[in-house]
Design a protein around this ligand. Sequence first.
Ligand code: HAM
Length: 419
Amino acid sequence: MSTFKAPKGTYDLIPPQSAQYLAVREAIAAPLRNSGYGYIETPGFENVELFARGVGESTDIVTKEMYAFETKGGDRLALRPEGTASVLRAALEANLHKAGNLPVKLWYSGSYYRYERPQKGRYRHFSQVGAEAIGAEDPALDAELIILADQAYRSLGLRQFRILLNSLGDAECRPVYRAALQDFLRGLDLDEDTLRRAEINPLRVLDDKRESVQKQLTGAPLLRDYLCDACKAYHEEVRELITAAGVAFEDDPKLVRGLDYYTRTTFEFVHDGLGSQSAVGGGGRYDGLSEMIGGPALPSVGWALGVDRTVLALEAEGVELDLPSTTSVFAVPLGEEARRVLFAKVTELRKVGVAADFSYGGKGLKAAMKAANRSGARYALVLGERDLAEGQVQVKDMESGEQTAVGLNEVVAELESRL
Ligand code: HAM
């Protein structure tokens, strides 16, 4: 061990487990790529104001959890706590919305940073794969995203997840509800912090996990009963489209999200095997965000799925991903000349697309065969001095143990056809 450890709340992805993370990212991305979403990558940090305005000045993310800092040049930046504000900023900056093809559909994958209290499933550095559909107000788009997330989880073999769905209304109906909720909250026996929160961001109080608060919240007005006709119709259509697609969901009239930009459709994917950090993904519509960050009106919708928690969910369900071994051929040279010849063969194999590895460090036969075994390769190529003199190499089938001599000039083509 070195003097240093990974910082608190972080962990390293190392083989072989790291292969699971790659597979999860790939499984989430596949349905998106297949549905017209283009890949976007933005910087790991942004102007801090982008998140303050986008995610919301009063959210926990902005007030407590952001890694904000000033650079030597005096710029005020923050490590990105989420992806939506950055992706929208980048799309606006590149004028993607003016290219005349709305919605602009984008997907991304990367690291995000929140200064949270670490616990299982909650880290200070974590990984998301996300999707944003920018510039269209169409319930089918909301439905598409929910269906694609469902498809991603199912393709991984996950079953014990649930989809919670709600509508947060719009600029017309939410203020009316907000006032009604505030009136209700003012009449409760709440501590000072919570009362303050009720004044600034009353919807967040609904999300308070404490039993003493939850008990008092029975009978709280629900946004569902305050939705304007347009929001109601929109939400009904989203529900119908998801239902028609055979995707099961639960209406959760108390679902609020930790970011302020949401309007209308909001949803969360929760997994029942994860304990308190049960949200494996979440998202919704954010029709006002573009204007909040200085852009034109661009109604949009998106989600982000947490890769770390999805891996934990797989573990909780006991799902083993079927990850084929990455190495197909492992080459074992015995002697100096054999090393040169076989190294060239490995390079040739790789050029024709056969995954090959090599026994480095001048190991003896026994140690080298152990390494071949560990690599998971289907075939070992063993080249000794006698084989070399006869212009052949031993091809050992690692499953059956069967060994055959193949001409050195033929071995690449032979392995290509066998694999
Ligand atoms: P979020 O709900 O804050 O939404 O995060 C999405 C997912 O990221 C969570 O469900 C969780 O799986 C994972 N996640 C968040 N924080 C942590 C953490 N500290 N440790 C481990 N995993 C974590 C967003 O970020 C929105 N940008 C989603 C969105 C996209 N809405 C519209 N478009």
